[in-house]
Every structure is written in structure tokens, then in C-alpha cells.
Design a protein around this ligand. Structure first.
Ligand code: DAH
Length: 340
């Protein structure tokens, strides 16, 4: 042990203290010099081996060095504290002038808006909203609606078959049969839902689209009830000036049957580009429920009568929001959807 050795140790310690980048590093320096197995402690232990006169001299010197190191550690501690705090503040700085991230809100799909509108109107007239399965028995989709195997009406509604007797429903009319079969009368319901046909995609066709079915069964329900109901519906949906016109038509499950046109809500019926010069726009099919259908669904046609109608939901949405291509409804392009 000599003075230069002690002097070097002091320099070494000072150096390490200054270089300590944070409190942890500083503590490590403290331990490595002043800790139980630290350099200074070791020197103290080594003193024992020295003759008494040297013991005193070096004992004093070591204590001086230890005091110096301790005071150096004390000075460095607040400096490091401050430095670490500044670094943290720097890294947490918020630039309040940065433009905020825009939160994008979703939009109700035009189909959904149109459906909610239709539901609102019929619920207001005391109708119940029911649903039925999209994968359906041939029995409900065709047979019980007066469309037996081999009936030409099946050609117009070709669909996707799961097997001989199960298919993807081509019309929400299938739910009519299900509701009637339950036997709870009177019935006043609408049934919205997805339907399927093996059609090619174009501006007015899609293999999957939506219909809203309506069914009313009670005693003494007449064709004029049907006409009045649909007239009210059209006025609510397209405005109070709207007039309705029924054209004779054929559906296997209604008799008599009709297609319903509404006066063009763009030109009021004079004829314009929107109604292709007709003044009228077709919106749905309807009729008085065929007695044979009632019978097949367990309802006595002598006691009960009723009417039914079927609306294409996309058709309503396209008309109401003046969209000229059905495909736009399925592309889910937010730039399109945001407009409604
Ligand atoms: N289901 C028919 C179709 O898809 C629409 C329809 C017409 C439904 C007349 C009815 C109705 O309930 O009475 O073409």
C-alpha cells in the first residue's frame, strides 16, 4: 500500500462517479468502492497487516479518500436526479399544435335506413316484425305457397339447393306459411330478410338481396283493406302527394294479385328521366291470400281471409336515395355510404 495507489483509487472513483449515467449506475459505483466487498473496505481490511505506525498514517489517508468519495457521491446524486427528470420531461413532451387524429364514424347503410323507415310505418299500423330462416325447406318456400314441383313459377325463382328439400329461400313469402301454420290469429306482421336467387350480378340484380313481406289474416279482411294499407304506406314513405295504382298480375299464392305502382315522387307523375317517362314507378307485389294457401297452412278460408305483399328492400333504398346501381349497395365503399 502506498500513497500513489490511494491517489489512483480516488481518481478512479471520481471518474466512475462522474460517468454514472443514472442513479442505478451511481449506486453501483458506491457499492464497488464503499460496499462490504468494495475497494475501500478491502483496503481497510488490509491495514491489519501493516505495522502500527503505517496503520495510523494509511488509516487516516483511507478515511480521507472515503470521505472524498462520499462527498462526490452526494454532489452527483441531485445532479443525476435533475438530469433524469429533464430527460423524462423531454420524452413526454406533447406537441399541442399537432393536428389530432380524426375519429371516423360509421354510417347506417342505405338498406338499413330504408328498412327502419318501412318498419316504423308498419309498426305504427300495429304490425309485428318477425323473422324466418334463410336456409328453408322447399315446403315453405314453394309447396305451401301453391308452387308445387314442376310449376313454371319455380323457373323465375331458381336458387341454390342444399339438397332435394332444403334450399336458400327465394322470397320472404316462406315466412307467411310458417306464421300461419302456428295458428295464432289474427295475424298482422311484416318480415324483413335476405333472399337468394341464382341471378347474375348487374345494375338491378344480385344473387342475394332483401325483401320485406307483409301478411294480414283476420275475419272480413278485404281487397280495399289491402289497397288502403298500401296507399298509407306509399304516402308515408314517399310523401303525402303520392298516389298508388294497382295493376292486375299473377302470383301463385294470392288471388286476385296485383303489382303496385306509385306516382313518381320526382315529377309528381308527369313523366321524367327518373321514372323513364312513365310517371309511375313499380314498388311491390301483393294480393289476397289464396284460399288454397290458407287451407294448406291450417286456416279455414270460409272464416278467415287476408292479404299479403312483398317489397324489395333494395328497390326502396335505390328509389328513396336516388341510387342508380344496386351494386353500389354491396361494395361497402365508405365514400359512397357516407353520403346517406
Ligand atoms: N314473393 C314475391 C316475389 O318475390 C313478392 C310477393 C308478391 C310477395 C305478392 C307477396 C305477394 O306476399 O302477395 O316476387
Amino acid at each position: 500500500m502506498d500513497h500513489t495507489q490511494l491517489e489512483e483509487l480516488r481518481k478512479l472513483a471520481e471518474d466512475a462517479i462522474r460517468r454514472a449515467a443514472d442513479i442505478d449506475a451511481l449506486n453501483q459505483v458506491r457499492v464497488s468502492f464503499l460496499g462490504k466487498k468494495g475497494e475501500i473496505t478491502n483496503l481497510m481490511k488490509a491495514l491489519r497487516e501493516l505495522p502500527p505506525d503505517q496503520k495510523k498514517i494509511f488509516g487516516q489517508k483511507i478515511n480521507e479518500v472515503r470521505a472524498l468519495i462520499e462527498s462526490e457521491l452526494q454532489t452527483q446524486l441531485p445532479i443525476l436526479h435533475r438530469r433524469m427528470r429533464e430527460a423524462r420531461i423531454q420524452s413526454e413532451t406533447l406537441d399541442v399544435t399537432l393536428p389530432a387524429k380524426k375519429r371516423r364514424f360509421g354510417h347506417m347503410h342505405p338498406n338499413t335506413r330504408a328498412l327502419e323507415e318501412v318498419e316504423r310505418i308498419f309498426i305504427g299500423m300495429g304490425y309485428e316484425v318477425v323473422e324466418g330462416p334463410e336456409i328453408e325447406y322447399d315446403l315453405y318456400n314453394f309447396e305451401k305457397l301453391n308452387i308445387p314441383k314442376g310449376h313454371p313459377a319455380r323457373d323465375e325463382q331458381d336458387t341454390f339447393y342444399i339438397n332435394e328439400s332444403i334450399l336458400l329461400r327465394t322470397q320472404t313469402s316462406s315466412v307467411q306459411a310458417r306464421v300461419m301454420e302456428k295458428g295464432k290469429l289474427p295475424i298482422r306482421m311484416i318480415c324483413p330478410g335476405r333472399v337468394f336467387r341464382s341471378d347474375e350480378v348487374d345494375a338491378t340484380h344480385s344473387p342475394s338481396f332483401h325483401q320485406i313481406e307483409g301478411l294480414v289474416i283476420d275475419r272480413h279482411v278485404s281487397f280495399s283493406d289491402l289497397k288502403g294499407t298500401l296507399d298509407t304506406f306509399a304516402k308515408e314513405l314517399f310523401g303525402p302527394e303520392t298516389r298508388t295504382k294497382l295493376r292486375p298480375h299473377h302470383f301463385p299464392f294470392t288471388e286476385p294479385s296485383a303489382e303496385v305502382d306509385v306516382s313518381c315522387f320526382k315529377c309528381g307523375g308527369k313523366g321524367c328521366r327518373f321514372c323513364k317517362g312513365e310517371g309511375w314507378i313499380e314498388i311491390l307485389g301483393c294480393g289476397m291470400v289464396h284460399p288454397h294457401v290458407l287451407e294448406m297452412c291450417g286456416i279455414d278460408p270460409e272464416k278467415y281471409s287476408g292479404f299479403a305483399f312483398g317489397v324489395g328492400l333494395e328497390r326502396i333504398a335505390l328509389l328513396k336515395y336516388e341510387i342508380d346501381d344496386m351494386r353500389l349497395l354491396y361494395e361497402n365503399d365508405s365514400r359512397f355510404l357516407e353520403q346517406f
